[in-house]
Write a protein that binds this ligand. Sequence first.
Ligand SMILES: Nc1nc2c(ncn2[C@@H]2O[C@H](COP(=O)(O)OP(=O)(O)OP(=O)(O)O)[C@@H](O)[C@H]2O)c(=O)[nH]1
Ligand SMILES: C[S@@+](CC[C@H](N)C(=O)[O-])C[C@H]1O[C@@H](n2cnc3c(N)ncnc32)[C@H](O)[C@@H]1O
Ligand code: SF4
Ligand code: SF4
Length: 334
Amino acid sequence: MGTPLCDGFGRDVRYLRVSVTDRCDLRCSYCMKEDVTFLPRNQVLSLEELDRLCSAFVTLGVRKLRVTGGEPLVRRNILSFFAAMGAHLRAGRLDELTLTTNGTQLARHAQALAACGVKRVNVSLDTLDAQKYTRLTRLGRIGQVFDGIAAAQAAGLRVKLNAMALKGVNDDEIFALTDWAAGHGCDLTFIELMPMGDIPAGTRLDQFWPLDEVRAHLETRFRLIDSALSTGGPARYVTLAETGQRIGFISPLSHNFCNSCNRVRLTCKGELYTCLGQEGSTDLRPVLRAGIEGAALAREIRAAIARKPAGHAFGYGPCAVAGQMARGMNHTGG
Ligand SMILES: Nc1nc2c(ncn2[C@@H]2O[C@H](COP(=O)(O)OP(=O)(O)OP(=O)(O)O)[C@@H](O)[C@H]2O)c(=O)[nH]1
Ligand SMILES: C[S@@+](CC[C@H](N)C(=O)[O-])C[C@H]1O[C@@H](n2cnc3c(N)ncnc32)[C@H](O)[C@@H]1O
Ligand code: SF4
Ligand code: SF4
């Protein structure tokens, strides 16, 4: 393995998030345009190419791999990729193989994911209201997600819900989501809206809801105890004193966690983005397709990681959004 992957600020990189497709069966309004154009298939790495690239990162010391997208479970034959990564788990080269999903396809894949060594899954669910869910996702039916969560749990997977905190959209559902998660044995994490992708005039400023306010809202009913728990991701956790329930907060805007960043992102085109919130990537596809591997590929990866920026430049001023990324979240991998 040699020296661990380390950036120019002394941060070790142990966590790879790989977007296996930019496609999705939903069109969440904060993530992509309704008439989004997806990448032509010839620009997307084959699963075998993704396997080679991800395996190179594992050889270089990445210990946690999260599969995301787009919707990872809409990619044809994606289970073969999970099986290939599962081999790294079994060999002790990876500590965790997991995925972030909208849950619509989870019912048919949960058992197979568990068989590949996946132990937990993050499911995005911003509302419990069926009509609101369909409006927000433009295409989704909430029953499919509930079925997916149940199937995942039946297969022995732990489920964490990811809910965007959206002012004027789900600000009336914080307790409902909290109670639902508790009642269904799920962890729950709230996420701040980042200015990425298509931003219809005004919507981000209107919808951005700092998580301090969500926390304060929860404090009207619960006593929150800060927890030292870390899952290796960016969430900070609290425990609700009254119920023991765990709630996470991912607040890239109001409490930036870039100082302790341990992760990079690989897109389905083979671009390595060393920061979610900055332009600039290294295209590994030509390298891969030129047959470069082993030490030469490792050098390319190390050089890219050495250039990892200090952090994002996102910000919401009183009437403007700063640091906006034109790139969609489905492209970079959420
Ligand atoms: N700005 C920023 N946001 C991130 C980063 N990683 C994750 N997020 C945000 O957090 C959301 C949820 O992340 P998840 O896919 O659940 O992954 P995670 O938080 O690492 O998951 P755990 O392993 O459960 O801790 C993402 O969709 C992003 O919105 C990051 O490196 N930078
Ligand atoms: C891009 S999706 C990919 C995986 C899968 N399709 C899903 O929805 O879970 C990953 C996560 O990114 C989050 N996300 C999308 N757009 C976002 C934005 N503008 N700011 C913050 N998180 C966003 C989603 O809510 C989801 O939890
Ligand atoms: S957040 Fe996930 S489910 Fe929603 S449109 Fe984006 S990729 Fe699809
Ligand atoms: S914004 Fe960039 S530096 Fe900050 S936590 Fe995310 S990926 Fe890491």
